[in-house]
Design a protein around this ligand. Structure first.
Ligand code: CMP
Length: 504
């Protein structure tokens, strides 16, 4: 080979190698990874050896013994093969499969693959350059490999479990395995290592981890629902406690706004009602501290709203005096609430007390019916908080006549006229009412003409409005029935004619 061709070939090879290395460097830089030293080193060796091989065919080294030249040539091609396989690994496995395809392929597999490729290339190179056929020598190593395989059974099981594990878990994920919770620090050929919350390093065999199952808190998303249980006294209505818990969860930092938190009545226990607040967090490593903050917030919210977290309790049967005292408190509370109602504003303390003694507090949740149209009724309700809808039903149609607010009353018509309930009254929101019994009201009315007049005025106005709405509903129902009858008649005529046409 003359010098001109030799130099040309060297320049071409160097350009190819440089191109590949520049490509690889660009890829690594774009991915923000350090440029791997191995491909550069392999490239250098490969280039050097291929060049040496070319030189081996030139006149410059023709004087060297044949065996040295053949050895040099084999080494040169092996070096070049190693370089090419390393570059292919970087592009095909590193870039294409791992980075773009998001596949998990452990480093050890990549290294073994390159090794196997170089060995296969070596067999071919030896055969082509030196005429040595290594395939004939394969039978012997096969027996040896089988023996090694049996000896390495456990190691191989762990190795393949490690590959499987790598698909489920990545370094940095929080997991629970075999009742140990920690962040994965390493997935090796045989073991997976966790750093626990107590900062202890736990190593577990890959196959055991796969067999026992893993809970991964980082996949498919980092969202994890935590639960905090809290007790509250029986005297606070559950919906109020649940609402407080939800408000509290929304205020705790580290709790995600979506998916929504949820509050549950968990159990009716001996001393308290148990509640559960379920809330999402995005950083599992902060779970303990977020749960602690949640409990702190709940304590403060409960304290503000007078919700007691009770100590263990026993039921004590009280004497008549105690019961009387408690009833006294209830009457006082009802008197306070009745004082704020404007149509009772003219009542004196004695009248209010008499009324309160014949009354009780009731609460309803949204959608609950307080009175039903058509049923008998002997109770008048005064709204303390929340709103109610008054609904009329007529001829199969329903309409809301009005919405009543705190301070207003309903149920007076049946109580005063003895007629069935003229309408259905439904809680539009959570509602607190004072239910006044017939006797208490009648006693009051008998002695208070002003009150009769005021209630009578309201009843007259309501009856007029109700009658008008009922008349309108009747007309609507009649119109609807005409439309329905017409439609059904048209359908019958159509089907009669289509049947007659078919028989012709
Ligand atoms: P009662 O008939 O005992 O039960 C249904 C109640 O709905 C009725 O008493 C009134 O208090 C109330 N009600 C009926 N019609 C009206 C109306 N038009 N406006 C306000 N309240 C009404």
């Amino acid at each position: 080979m003359n010098l001109g061709i030799l130099v040309g070939a060297i320049v071409a090879i160097l350009s190819c190698v440089a191109g590949m290395l520049i490509g690889l460097t660009y890829l690594c830089t774009r991915r923000g990874k350090p440029v791997p030293a191995l491909p550069f080193y392999a490239g250098g060796v490969g280039v050097f050896l291929v060049v040496a091989s070319l030189v081996g065919h030139s006149d410059l080294v023709s004087a060297l013994p044949h065996l040295v030249l053949a050895g040099l040539e084999v080494a040169a091609w092996l070096g070049a093969a190693f370089f090419v396989f390393t570059i292919l690994d970087a592009f095909l496995i590193g870039e294409w499969l791992i980075e773009r395809g998001q596949r998990y392929i452990p480093d050890i597999v990549r290294q073994l693959l390159i090794g196997a490729e170089v060995i296969a290339a070596g067999v071919v190179i030896l055969w082509l350059v030196m005429g040595i056929n290594l395939v004939a020598l394969v039978a012997l190593p096969t027996v040896a490999a089988a023996m090694v395989g049996v000896a390495l059974k456990d190691t191989l099981t762990r190795f393949f479990s490690g590959i499987e594990l790598g698909k489920l878990v990545k370094v940095g994920d929080w997991i629970t395995v075999l009742e140990r919770e920690g962040v994965v620090t390493h997935i090796g050929m045989e073991h997976v290592s966790l750093l626990t919350r107590a900062h202890d390093l736990v190593s577990l065999p890959n196959d055991l981890v796969i067999q026992s199952g893993v809970t991964n808190y980082a996949r498919p998303t980092t969202t994890h629902f935590c639960n905090v249980w809290v007790d509250a006294a029986y005297r606070t209505p559950p919906e109020q406690v649940c609402a407080t818990l939800l408000e509290t969860a929304a205020a705790v930092s580290g709790v995600l706004p979506e998916p929504k938190s949820a509050a549950f009545v968990a159990a009716f226990n001996e001393s308290a009602i148990q509640y559960r607040i379920k809330f999402p967090i995005g950083d599992f490593s902060q779970r303990d501290s977020i749960e602690s903050v949640m409990r702190t917030y709940i304590w403060h919210a409960f304290a503000r709203k007078g919700i007691e977290i009770p100590f263990p309790q026993r039921v004590v049967h009280r004497t008549a005096n105690d019961v009387g005292a408690s009833a006294g408190h209830a009457v006082e509370r009802i008197i306070r609430q009745l004082t704020a109602v404007d149509f009772l504003a003219t009542l004196d303390a004695k009248q209010l007390e008499a009324l309160a003694e014949g009354a009780r507090c009731e609460s309803y949740l949204p959608g609950e019916r307080i009175v039903r149209q058509g049923e008998p009724g002997e109770v008048l309700y005064v709204i303390v908080s929340g709103t109610v809808d008054v609904r009329l039903e007529q001829g199969g149609l329903t309409t809301t006549v009005t919405t009543l607010e705190p301070g207003k009353f309903f149920g007076e018509m049946s109580l005063l006229t003895g007629e069935p309930r003229s309408a259905t009254v439904v809680a539009a929101t959570a509602v607190s009412v004072i239910a006044v019994g017939k006797q208490a009201l009648l006693q009051l009315i008998e002695n208070d003409r002003q009150l009769i007049e005021r209630i009578g005025e309201v009843v007259a106005r309501r009856q007029a409005a109700t009658a008008a709405v009922k008349a309108q509903l009747s007309r609507d129902a009649e119109a609807l029935s005409v439309v329905t009858r017409t439609r059904s008649l048209v359908e019958r005529i159509q089907s009669f004619f289509s049947g007659a046409r078919k028989t012709q």
